[in-house]
Design a protein around this ligand. Sequence first.
Ligand code: UDP
Length: 398
Amino acid sequence: MTDARIHPAEAAAAPGDGPRSILILMSRTGGGHLASARALEAEFHAQRQGLTVTIVDVLTDHLSFPFSRLPKGYDGLVNRTPRLWHAMWRATAHRAVARPSAALVRRLSRRKLERLVTATRPDLVVSVHPLVNDLVLPVLARLSPASRYVTVVTDLGGIHPSWLHPKNAAIYLPTERAVEIAAARGLPRTRLHAYGLPIRADFARETADRGATRASFGLAPDLPVVLVMGGGGGIGPMEAIAREAGSALAVASPDAPAAQLAIVCATNRRLKEALEASPFPVPLTALGYIDRMADLMHASDLLVTKAGPGTIAEASVRGLPMLLYGFIPGQEAPNVDHVVDAGAGLFEPKPKRIGAEIAHLMTGGRDRLAAMAAAARSLGRARATRDIVASILAGSAA
Ligand code: UDP
């Protein structure tokens, strides 16, 4: 991928040429925005040769201290003080709070934001993060007014108003329901599109034999896999869930385990160490950050996860049933209904009950699991990234 560095723009596109240099704005608050940014970057290159595509982490690398620390604090904030996060999320949904706050941050980071625009001079800017729009759009309008600006929304249900900046030339939303929300907030329908949430291209590819794929992650090839995830930060009560699931599976299938556990600790090293420190009654593999997520989901039979939009969109394309154990208040709360109402999964916040549900689904409840898998598949939008990029390029060529 292109790293969060600034590359000088190549020659500016002549009118009607379509974009030559594309700037993708994201930030590492969670793992979803980066995953979507990388998916779009790869697809831009696949659809048009000779493009310069640059991904930048606006909050970390282009804001002044202390605002540049926001992404680092985000995991702790949503994990340890979710109520405070929810209060902030709700407060910033009001224009009277959001506008002056963004203006203040913009003023205090002016030099860095201006340098971002002047060093890249993008023909096209694609935002995949709600907080960057109010920071970058006014600077862009002043210094590079010919640049086209579009937003690709990487939340599923909770569409925070900051996604929907009126200066967007186009906004790409994950569902028709999200389009309704945006239209109700006054955005012209002609600028709203619903192709799904952009996920990496390898989710749409055919995959190899499941046994071999399991083995490539160090998993037992013939044993069904319960995959436990907590977004890019490995957040939530994942250790308690793993322990309860291990105990319940051992009781439900005492002679031979009905399933193995694969725990994606991602960047949470403390969780990985804790899981590796003591034995489990069923096979357990603690994994670090996984790049081949499409393969890991293909190898799995049930996903236990927080209601992260990226993870849900990916599991849906893979037809993977979901057991949701939690959500980040604000943006992720409506994702639970998105999954449960479709019959693609269940919501259960208590680790002990999650363990019991896992044991039930992996032993007597296989029919239910199959029905949930079919419902998950019907939510999947495997072509989302391709359609979004094709539409952006077509709109930019006009
Ligand atoms: N992810 C990944 N490898 C990991 C852990 C997570 O690729 O080891 C990806 C995951 O597949 C998804 C994203 O990180 O694309 C997490 O996004 P989501 O919106 O679910 O949650 P967030 O981390 O943004 O809260």
